[in-house]
Design a protein. Sequence first.
Length: 79
Amino acid sequence: MHIVVLIIIGAAAGFLATRLMRVEADIPTTMLIGIVGALIGGLILRALLTMMGWLSGFVGAVLGALLVVWLWQTYLRRR
């Protein structure tokens, strides 16, 4: 169940992350960035989620999505 919640939050986080970093991406790419970022950020910040509630999970998801966008721009778009 925890993974499903991260995927749903990740879709929203991906949208927010791509807008914050001014990335032009299609909807599936945006969702994938958010989902991967949510999984990374959510798992890393799981301790905060336990201590502070769902808001820290969303913050972790956005931070993870921002990291994925940065990695994508830095390493994958330079072909």
